[in-house]
Design a protein around this ligand. Sequence first.
Ligand SMILES: *Cc1c(COP(=O)(O)O)cnc(C)c1O
Ligand code: SF4
Length: 347
Amino acid sequence: MTFITEIKTLKRELEIKNIFLSDDEIKEIEEVTKKYPMRINPYYLSLIQEKGDPIWNQCIPRIEEIEISSGEEDPLNEENEIPFLTHRYPDRCLLLVSNSCGMYCRFCTRKRKVGEAKRNPTRDGIKKALEYIENHKEIRDVILSGGDPLLLSVETLERILVDLRKIKHLEMIRIGTRVPCAMPERVTDKLCEMLKKYNKNPMLYINTHFEHPREITPESKKACEKLIDSGIPLGNQSVILKGVNNSPEIFKELNQKLLSIGVRPYYIYQPDLVKGTTHFIGPVKDGIKIIKGLRGHTSGMAVPHFVIDAPGGGGKIPLIPNYTKFEKNGNIKIKNYQDKNFEYSLK
Ligand SMILES: *Cc1c(COP(=O)(O)O)cnc(C)c1O
Ligand code: SF4
């Protein structure tokens, strides 16, 4: 498997698809990749149909990444005294186990570090983080993230799971990964056989990361099915991105398709205010419209939570369309998904 990381390979591969880059476009991509690396795998590239489509926008560098200066490197204050570990909520924590991904998404929240070899989690660093979890009995839920944990070798990931399972107070482990969507061939039999050994006690969950209905293909479907067959429930987290998916129609199609392949939509995020990604940020109202466009209009299971991860490290805060009006007399006026009015009061 070779990744496309260089402009000349990208140019050649796109030409095979009858997509041609101008000299200016080439120069711009080159400039951007000096700061933020490019990585696309042949499968994901094959999903591109034309310049500027929702697949293209997720993986092809754009000059806005370096031209717009708004945003911060680490708006969520993830970096702190324990390397690779963020313990923000009392009973659960985030453990960054990998710095590598099946592709580098241009909108990535961890753009500051993804793809930088020198910031790769070290064996010693992970060991210290595991000691921290061991010493904090209140942690019952560990989320493996990165980068992408499924870019680790099966052996390395297995070692981390085995070590985590020695910590008796853990009730669940979650893996956050874009691999089923963006590099489905990495969901190998070998990986699935390994995961299957550790799928319960503590319970193992996977949250994947689909952004657009066109990412649901026979290949990504197969990858999800294999994980489900290994006894692992699947959820999905999406970011609402301008130029990719910021409409109720797209999310309705995406979430219905996800459910049809066994993936339960979990969160949709307002993008974090990350430097180099702010051209993807649309109005917060878009997220509310998306939830309104789903609730009642399709299966309740297709309705995720819309959240903003509060800048400064406040955690995830849900934003909910307003269906309710409280009256002085204690009664409540409510609107249904068709904007029809109802009253809930005991007569
Ligand atoms: C998102 C996140 C979690 C998990 O939050 P849930 O709402 O339980 O899915 C935990 N820790 C950190 C730092 C997070 O960003
Ligand atoms: S796969 Fe995840 S961590 Fe990697 S670049 Fe994409 S969004 Fe960032």
